[in-house]
Write a protein that binds this ligand. Structure first.
Ligand code: CMC
Length: 426
């Protein structure tokens, strides 16, 4: 049987055979038969917008791999910084490469004083940290003018290191600003995650920021969130990157996409939902209200995973380790009950809705001492390496500027009506 599809235009009887290559059919072939007929595919549900060698995801089987390495093995043995290298360079680093990479990242963690003093300090006192983050990342483009030189390989690599290194510093800045604490400079003797925890929380005594279990848990969470192929924010990065904007501007667009509750804001929504449920007795009625169409079960369902999200499995183990140190998050019992009720209910089973990565990540972050507003920011820190890997890939492929088509549904041509002759009906 040939690995192809045949399309016939019933108006003319003309047909074309299009080979299926790597699971896709080329729209260029389709255009030869039907030059002005567009695929109607809102939200790109059935469209592969690029070829990519970064992340493999099989939503039916619940498989996730970065550059071929199973997420389970990376979460078990690797660090976020090593995974960031893997994503952006394509291979795991040798000891010498890793030493050079971690030195470079560590020594680019400082941000220009003006970013903090003039820019971040100018926000309103109750600004949302993610709103500040979106703007601060965009503002970095005004500090590194060489970033515009995207054709230069050396310049590209420099921005990659800068962005990965500065995200935790900016994130900690937004938090300390929002609670009125003085900014703390990075400590280059610490690991990536230990340094971030210190910049966030020192000298707070009720938070176990210097416990190595916390730094390791954060490493695992960062690994799990580092990339997820063509998700909403990565698509934003690729679309803006395809116009050849500098990587800070493209990354700010990706951050903005991540801000929404359907994407990076989901773990925040989960914790708010669990608070709202409030007790085990309310779980059943809450699930019924979701089934009746009054809201969604946050942290459930995924565009691609129609099986248990493999990241959610790993996260459950990390939650146990963190709760050993911090004490159990009181919302955990409600979450477990909710999962149990939903997974045995036909509404969720028939729609293949399972817990996703964000169902438990918010509970862990909250137990670690992070305020809810910081959750999307915590997602943006590691996802930056994924965004940059896609940006580098896009430029290496010399991809065309993103420019989809539309099906026009508006008015036909009509005459301009002068204002004095217009009524509400016209
Ligand atoms: N609770 C209740 N019903 C749901 C949910 C949910 N969380 N998700 C989907 N459905 C239902 C939906 O109502 C629809 O039912 P019907 O066929 O009767 O109309 C069906 O399932 C299919 O839903 P959809 O909206 O077509 O699915 P989608 O692929 O467009 O949406 C999603 C994916 C993640 C936006 C959605 O599942 C959702 O809103 N989940 C809650 C928010 C969430 O947890 N987001 C985090 C995603 S993981 C982090 C990341 O990778 O960014």
């Amino acid at each position: 049987m040939p690995d192809s599809v045949t399309i016939t235009d019933n108006r003319t009887g003309d047909s074309i055979e299009i080979p299926i290559v790597n699971g896709g059919v080329s729209s260029a072939e389709w255009r030869k038969l039907l030059p002005n007929t567009w695929f109607f595919d809102p939200a790109f549900v059935s469209t592969a917008a690029c070829e990519s060698a970064i992340t493999y995801l099989d939503g039916d089987a619940g498989i996730l791999r970065y550059r071929g390495y199973p997420i389970e093995q990376l979460a078990e043995h690797s660090t976020y910084l090593e995974v960031a290298y893997l994503l952006t360079h394509g291979e795991l680093p040798t000891p010498a490469e890793y030493q050079r990479w971690s030195h470079e990242v560590t020594f680019h963690t400082f941000i220009h004083e003006n970013v903090r003093k003039r820019f971040l300090d100018g926000f309103h006192y109750d600004a949302h940290p993610m709103g500040m983050m979106v703007s601060a990342v965009a503002a970095l483009s005004t500090f590194y003018l060489d970033a515009k030189d995207i054709a230069d390989e050396e310049s590209r690599q420099k921005q990659v290191v800068r962005l990965i290194a500065k995200m935790p510093t900016l994130a900690a800045c937004t938090y300390r600003f929002s609670v009125g604490m003085p900014f703390l400079y990075p400590d280059n003797s610490l690991s990536f995650t230990a340094n971030f925890l210190r910049m966030m929380f020192e000298p707070l005594e009720h938070i176990r920021w210097d416990d190595p279990v916390m730094a390791r848990a954060l490493d695992v969470l960062f690994i799990l969130h580092a990339d997820h192929e063509q998700n909403c924010s990565t698509t934003a990065m690729r679309v803006v990157g395809s116009s050849h904007a500098d990587p800070y501007s493209a990354c700010a667009a990706a951050c903005a996409a991540l801000y929404g509750p359907r994407h990076g804001g989901a773990n925040e929504a989960v914790v708010r939902m669990l608070h709202e449920i409030g007790s085990l007795e309310n779980v059943g009625p809450f699930v019924e209200s979701v089934k009746a169409g009054r809201g969604r079960l946050q942290g459930f369902g995924h565009r691609v995973y129609k099986n248990y999200d493999p990241r959610a499995r790993i996260i459950k183990r990390t939650a146990d380790e963190v709760f050993e140190v911090t004490g159990k998050n009181p919302l955990l019992d409600i979450a477990l009950k909710l999962e149990e009720v939903a997974l045995s209910d036909d509404y969720f089973i028939s729609r293949r809705l399972y817990p996703n990565v964000d169902f438990y990540s918010g509970l862990i972050y909250q137990a670690m001492g992070f305020p809810i507003d910081m959750f999307p920011v915590l997602f943006a820190i590691p996802r930056t390496s994924g965004w940059l890997a896609h940006w580098l890939e896009l430029l290496a492929q010399d991809a065309k500027i993103a420019r989809p088509r539309q099906l026009y549904m508006g008015a036909d041509e009509r005459e301009y009506v002068p204002m004095e002759r217009r009524t509400a009906a016209t």
